[in-house]
Design a protein around this ligand. Structure first.
Ligand code: GDP
Length: 445
């Protein structure tokens, strides 16, 4: 899976990581090559463009980390961005099959691997979750397709709905539902008919079946080798029928892999599984981290940079603490705190993390300060000059007016921010003096 893309990228990064120092041009050239590699892997143009831009922005704003080379840092950024682009479902492999019998609708074009995937998933449900599964083929136009599912059923030890000639797909779906209830099945899977192209009849049939079955999951099976076409098919199916996830098949081949990278960004739908061969066990949950790792093939560098960043963060925290203990807490610190609060899920998050901050957090909360206030306060800080941020005490009326105007806010809000900053500076200082090592040190651990 992803061999060619992976080869291309590792070529680019091997050159990059060998260099001691990186110029902006080096990074630009490398990113141009990344973009070409993505396009050659059939990643859609907007996705490739956004990807490269995101990496470029992060690489430019990145603080230099000691002990790793800039090239290694770029690799880490690309890795994180890959994970970001690929991330869909938190738990992609968990199919919603509570409230038995739970219907799962399988849709997709003919030849995409729909029937094979139906059986693979049935086997997983049976073996991993101990579910009793019933499979039914709704492909009334192709008796061979019905027989194929039956044969697979026997092979994996999963029941199939007996074939009755002359029924419509909706009739079969209803029969499957009844049979599933009567037979005490946990799950019943409906393998709908596929066609070579999406047409009105196919969509209508799938929609009718969806309406009778009311599926808990509608999984679209697409051929991963078809690149952007796979993404187009997914967009169309989702528009017309609504899907809860995508299964990308034939990812075992030396595919270009572009479909995997574009799918989430273009359709908004998560990839839940990847098919990795014809055998019944050849299916895997789709995990962004794992896939990103395979695409990049540079796991060592990624963990190296992660370690280095952790060390740097610890050093920074130590330095920060020393300054705070001396009562130095300026607007840059304030901004960092505000951003961190946002990241940690607002007041509640920070109260849980830093016992020493409880009181201040409570005060803010009482004053009606919530997430949107954080954003406005950051906007105010952004509107200050560097000098003002470092020495907020120099802010007089005219400066205040300018800053508030720059952020599109009132001076009263700026005053509130200044008050908060002073209170926090005081509090940090007090905490720094308390006990050996200081309460602040305890709180920040
Ligand atoms: P359907 O028409 O969509 O139901 O497609 P099938 O399930 O009949 O699959 C078509 C062919 O693709 C069969 O020969 C399958 O064995 C093969 N196939 C399905 N999934 C995969 C996969 O993930 N990898 C590979 N290599 N072949 C697959």
């Amino acid at each position: 899976m992803f061999e060619s893309l992976s080869d291309r990228l590792s070529g680019v990064f091997e050159r990059l990581t060998k260099q001691g120092a990186l110029s902006e041009d080096d990074v630009k050239t490398a990113l141009r090559e990344v973009r070409v590699a993505l396009l050659e892997a059939d990643v859609s143009l907007p996705v490739a463009r956004d990807f490269v831009k995101a990496v470029q922005d992060k690489a430019t704003g990145q603080a230099v980390t000691k002990s790793v080379t800039p090239g290694q840092q770029v690799v880490k950024i690309v890795h994180d961005e890959l994970v970001h682009v690929l991330t869909g479902d938190e738990d992609p492999g968990k199919l919603k099959v509570d409230n038995p019998p739970a219907p799962i609708l399988m849709v997709g074009l003919q030849g995409s691997g729909k029937t094979t995937t139906t059986a693979k998933l049935a086997k997983r449900l049976k073996e991993r979750e101990g579910k009793k599964v019933l499979m039914a083929s709704l492909d009334v136009n192709r008796p061979a397709a019905m027989e194929q599912l039956q044969i697979l059923g026997v092979q994996i030890g999963v029941d199939t709905l007996p074939i009755v000639k002359g029924e419509s797909p909706v009739q079969i779906a209803k029969r499957a539902k009844t049979q599933a209830s009567l037979g005490g099945y946990d799950v019943y899977m409906l393998d709908t008919a596929g066609r070579l192209h999406i047409d009105a009849e196919l969509i209508q049939q799938a929609a009718e079946v969806r309406d009778v079955a009311n599926p808990r999951e509608t999984l679209l099976v697409v051929d991963g080798l078809t690149g952007q076409d796979a993404v187009n098919v997914a967009t169309e199916f989702d528009d017309k029928i609504g899907v809860s996830g995508v299964v990308l098949t034939r990812m075992d081949g030396d595919g270009r892999g572009g479909a995997a990278l574009s799918m989430r960004a273009v359709t908004g739908k998560p990839i839940r599984f990847v098919g990795l061969g014809e055998k019944m066990d050849a299916i895997e949950e789709f995990h962004a981290e794992r896939i990103a790792g395979r695409i990049l093939g540079m796991g060592d560098i990624v963990s190296l940079v992660e370690k280095a960043q952790e060390t740097i963060e610890a050093e920074q925290a130590e330095r920060m603490m020393k300054r705070f203990q001396k009562g130095r807490f300026n607007m840059n610190d304030m901004k960092m705190q505000l951003e961190q609060m946002q990241k940690m899920g607002g007041m509640e998050g920070i109260m849980g993390m830093m016992p020493g901050m409880k009181k201040a957090a409570k005060q803010m909360e009482n004053a009606g300060i919530d997430e949107s206030v954080f954003k406005r306060q950051v906007a105010l800080i952004n509107s200050m000059t560097r000098k003002e941020r470092a020495n907020p005490q120099i802010l007089q009326a005219s400066r205040k007016k300018r800053i508030a105007k720059g952020a599109g806010l009132e001076v009263s809000e700026l005053n509130q921010l200044l008050k908060m900053q002073r209170q926090m500076a005081d509090m940090m200082k007090k905490m720094g003096k308390m006990g050996k090592g200081g309460a602040l040190k305890q709180a920040m651990k």
